[in-house]
Design a protein around this ligand. Structure first.
Ligand SMILES: Cc1cc2nc3c(=O)[nH]c(=O)nc-3n(C[C@H](O)[C@H](O)[C@H](O)COP(=O)(O)OP(=O)(O)OC[C@H]3O[C@@H](n4cnc5c(N)ncnc54)[C@H](O)[C@@H]3O)c2cc1C
Length: 423
């Protein structure tokens, strides 16, 4: 088949690779000049399937309200809020019911474990070399953090994930550079989880997709799909007139823009941008830097080692101006880095080297992404991966490629299709 993939974030690149490897004639359209320039650019890089759970969970609305006015809030609601944001928040609130949460958690974890297998398989079989480190440590500052983490530990037990509850001294054995002056109670250590550089992986997999025959048209925007002829795209390269190009099938992997692309087809997807931030800085002294990935459970901030850099990522911001960097959110990231790894990164006198970044998680209100047929002939979707798109991408892409080939995917795909949202 001649297939168009719209978007070259991690989801579009993995999809393009799988479809090309299956022998299809694939063209990828990306409005930026390279892969992974939007949300896949500087995420935390954590791959921890047992922690891939919906944000729509019992008790979450109360937690969000409690944090509204706190200084280092992990979740923020910013003005202005659009009507779509308000509608999304209402649907999110509905999805916090226990039965809905449990069903969606099981769906996300099913996909996350499969996806990690696929990630490892691709990494090994294609010999992809990107910055990655094994192990994940969830830091618990106080007894309260320890109490709060218990439901997640139960989830890990049920999912059969290997983890150890360890005290502060043992945690310092795992991450020797942890600041000796920051007291904490202990940690949860997950030796089988990992961190990897999503953007580097996307760049390498793009090359593998191109080797398998995929064509990448960068600097090329795709207009919203046309109801009369949804697989004929109107595309426009920079400084060129719009042109039409016909395909047998189209896969929408446009991250937060996907809802706009599909809207003319009558598909109204409740997809909201939930913004987050990261800072990345060169490592100043390797002995003071993390070895792998950590999560500060109180602030919900990840600190990760990506080769010669340390990255700190977190915050969930609903609404607000996407171009504006909120100073207080960045301050929280610097504070967490300073608390745990002071002296690890070159922060002063090297402003140009510190990268401050804001990204938009393409988030559906209930949690899991949607994969597969859209219900419109020839139009397929792979979107809505929210806060776990890196961890879910390789499995999602394989599922979509199998469905497009008419095979049953190796993964049970119950609840991962568009019908979940459209009723
Ligand atoms: C602070 C932060 C931390 C995160 N940490 C993690 C983590 O630790 N682990 C994890 O698994 N996930 C994490 N995520 C989530 C993850 O980054 C996203 O889920 C993932 O990047 C989404 O990938 P995507 O390909 O769907 O979207 P994107 O990367 O945004 O790609 C979509 C692409 O489509 C293109 N596009 C859109 N519309 C058009 C059009 N009309 N024409 C042409 N091109 C178009 C865009 O330019 C873009 O390149 C984090 C996110 C944030 C913000």
């Amino acid at each position: 088949m001649r297939i168009a993939v719209i978007g070259a974030g991690i989801v579009g690149v993995t999809t393009a690779y799988e479809l090309s490897a299956d022998g299809h004639e694939v063209t990828v359209f990306e409005r930026h000049g390279a892969v992974a320039e939007e949300t896949s650019f500087a995420n935390a890089g954590v791959v921890a399937p047992g922690y891939v759970t919906p944000w729509a969970a019992p008790g979450m609305p109360g937690k969000v309200l409690k944090h509204l006015f706190s200084r280092h809030a992990p979740v923020r609601v910013s003005l202005p809020l659009s009507a779509a944001d308000l509608r999304w928040m209402w649907q999110w609130r509905q999805a916090c019911r226990l039965d809905t949460y449990l069903a969606n958690r099981e769906r996300m974890q099913r996909l996350a474990f499969y996806s990690r297998e696929r990630l490892h398989w691709l990494t090994d079989s294609l010999q992809l070399e990107y910055d990655r480190s094994p192990g994940y440590l969830v830091l618990l500052r106080t007894e309260k953090d320890q109490r709060m983490v218990q439901p997640s530990l139960q989830v890990l037990r049920e999912a059969g994930v290997a983890f150890h509850e360890i005290d502060a001294e043992q945690a310092r054995g795992v991450e020797p550079a942890l600041n000796p002056d920051t007291p904490f109670l202990g940690a949860v250590h997950l030796p089988d989880d990992e961190v990897g550089n999503c953007r580097q992986f996307a760049i390498l997999l793009k090359r593998a997709a191109a080797d398998a025959g995929a064509r990448f048209e960068f600097g090329t925007s795709v207009r919203p799909l046309d109801r009369a002829s949804p697989t004929t795209l109107v595309v426009q390269a920079t400084d060129a007139a719009p042109r039409q190009q016909a395909f047998d099938a189209v896969v929408v992997c446009g991250g937060v823009e996907s809802a706009q692309l599909l809207r003319p087809l009558g598909l109204r997807l409740p997809l909201a941008p939930v913004h987050g931030y990261s800072i990345s800085a060169p490592i100043h002294e390797p002995l003071n830097a993390p070895r792998s990935a950590l999560m500060d459970e109180r602030y919900k901030v990840a600190v990760t080692r990506l080769g010669g850099r340390v990255r700190v990522a977190g915050t969930a911001e609903i609404g607000g101006d996407p171009r504006r960097h909120r100073a207080s959110a960045l301050r929280t990231l610097y504070k967490v880095l300073q608390d745990w790894f002071p002296g690890a990164a070159q922060l002063s006198n090297t402003c140009a080297a510190v990268q401050e970044w804001k990204g938009a998680r393409p988030m559906l209100p209930d949690g899991p992404p949607v994969l597969g047929a859209s219900g419109i002939p020839g139009v397929w979707v792979n979107l809505g991966h929210g806060s776990s798109g890196w961890a879910l991408s390789c499995g999602s892409a394989r599922v979509v490629a199998d469905l497009m080939a008419g095979h049953a995917p190796l993964l049970d795909i119950e609840g991962l299709g568009l019908e979940r949202l459209l009723g």
